[in-house]
Design a protein around this ligand. Structure first.
Ligand code: SDX
Length: 428
């Protein structure tokens, strides 16, 4: 007999089935809770609530495990590349050579964005944060492809939308950067690879061709792999929730970009580098800043530390920390904040406050140091996170749609005023 949960309410016993996942994760299935008991659950921040069953990514926060479709992140980061990982996440299996070639070719054929979209960029102030530009222009893609708005979609239209997003997102992102520095945009070149193309659009100038460095390409490709998916995180849950109303994929992804922007989520990589620079400018006294991070009356937090799921090392942080040393050495760059970051990690990991709360460096703690070494400005760090997360968002939206999941609509417990009659303003 499969395991059941028993809930006793008002002297009545109610049995709820237990769902067991491939890796023995267990959940109490409360799909009929309200119908049977009249009760709902309450779980601020959904810390204990599973929104769905998914076959895409497995995380074990206690063991520091991360796998995409069963493949360990360490192996994918070492042996795969970002486009192959995008295929794996979206289609569920590693591609054959022909499948990968076709997938890459299809993407290459859609890297341009409609010339009319260039007017959006000139409408933004040059000081516009690129995340605001990228989320707006991504949503605007839906206005150029009205056939993609049909909620009953049709697989071919959805696949074309997925290809268009994977192809155009790096162009949208790089043009947001060029717009922010008042430089002319650089068009995609189909002879280049996915990451090379992005770097070329970011850094080439009419006056100077960007010299593509394989060390930088390889490091960025690895970073994109590490960011590609992370099960039901804040931005992915946003994409799924938006998509559950049958909103089109472009607008669902734009919603994900917006959620990722927050400093507690994808915006943390920019916050980390700003924090490390502040500490360096302040003379590098780590004890003062660690004390501030622990002080409940001080809003300062150690950005890049802590995680809702990982209560052990974020496996991505381990890989990025090692890549940091490699990339900076290969590029001959000495960034003083790398040493500060390493010391800060050591001090924090030996401090009871962080140990007790199981706060470890997360994916954002070291990534900004590598991005800066590549010449990427800090306002673009979260945009890079979004470029990496895009295939994961697409895969999750596709799974939610294929499973015909109902529109997401959480309940609440009302704690406002009881019923009362309107009072005319003269009598208030
Ligand atoms: C990402 O979910 C994902 O998978 C996200 C992500 C992905 O790939 O999609 O992994 C990407 O968003 C990584 C996280 C990036 N954010 C940061 O680095 C911001 C700093 N971290 C924190 O804000 C925090 O750790 C969160 C938001 C990441 C997690 O917060 P939780 O799970 O809600 O935990 P909490 O805030 O309840 O913290 C528990 C305790 C609290 O202290 P007490 O009330 O128990 O005394 O730990 C403390 C917190 O004050 N704490 C920190 C801290 N993080 C948590 N104290 C100091 N510095 C920190 N960074």
């Amino acid at each position: 007999m499969s395991e059941q949960a028993e809930i006793i309410l008002g002297g009545e016993s109610y049995k709820m089935p237990v769902v067991v996942g491939t890796e023995n994760e267990k959940a109490i299935d409360i799909n009929n809770l309200r119908a049977e008991t009249g009760y709902i659950t309450l779980d601020s921040g959904y810390k204990n609530t599973g929104a769905t069953v998914s076959s895409i990514t497995f995380l074990d926060g206690e063991e520091g495990i991360l796998r995409y479709r069963g493949y360990p992140i360490e192996q994918l980061a070492e042996r795969s590349d970002f486009i192959e990982v995008a295929y794996l996440l979206i289609n569920g299996e590693l591609p054959t050579k022909k499948q990968l070639d076709d997938f890459s070719e299809a993407i290459k054929m859609h890297t341009l964005i409609h010339e009319d979209m260039r007017r959006f960029y000139s409408a933004f102030p040059t000081f516009a944060h690129p995340m605001g530009v990228v989320s707006s222009v991504t949503c605007a893609l839906s206005t150029f492809y009205p056939e993609s708005l049909n909620p009953h979609r049709g697989e071919d239209k959805v696949n074309l939308t997925m290809t268009r997003l994977l192809a155009k997102f790096p162009t949208i992102a790089a043009w947001a950067y060029k717009n922010s520095i008042g430089h002319p945009v650089v068009y995609p070149k189909n002879k280049l690879g996915y990451v090379d193309n992005f770097l070329n659009m970011m850094f080439s100038m009419p006056t100077d061709e960007y010299e593509i460095d394989p060390v930088v390409v390889n490091a960025l490709d690895k970073l994109l792999i590490l960011h590609a998916d992370h099960e039901q995180n804040c931005s992915t849950s946003t994409v799924r929730l938006a998509g559950s109303s049958q909103a089109n994929l472009y607008s669902s992804i734009a919603a994900g970009v917006t959620a990722l922007w927050g400093p507690l989520h994808g915006g943390a990589n920019q916050e980390v580098i700003e924090m490390l620079d502040r500490i360096r400018e302040d003379g590098g006294s780590l004890d003062k800043w660690v004390a501030k991070a622990k002080d409940k009356n001080d809003p300062f937090r150690l950005m890049g530390f802590g995680h809702r799921v990982y209560k052990n090392f974020d496996p991505r942080a381990k890989i990025i920390k090692k890549a940091c040393d490699d990339v900076l050495n290969r590029l001959g760059i000495k960034d003083p904040v790398l040493e500060i970051a390493k010391k800060l990690e050591e001090v924090a990991l030996n401090d009871e406050y962080f140990v007790e709360r199981k706060l470890y460096p997360n994916v954002d703690f070291y990534s900004g140091i590598i991005y800066r070494a590549m010449g990427i400005p800090k306002d673009m760090f979260t945009v890079l996170f979004a470029v990496g997360r895009l295939p994961g968002w697409i895969a999750q939206w596709k799974e939610m749609t294929a499973n015909k999941e109902p529109i997401g609509r959480p309940r609440q417990i009302y704690v406002g005023p009881k019923v009362r009659d309107y009072v005319n303003i003269a009598d208030r």
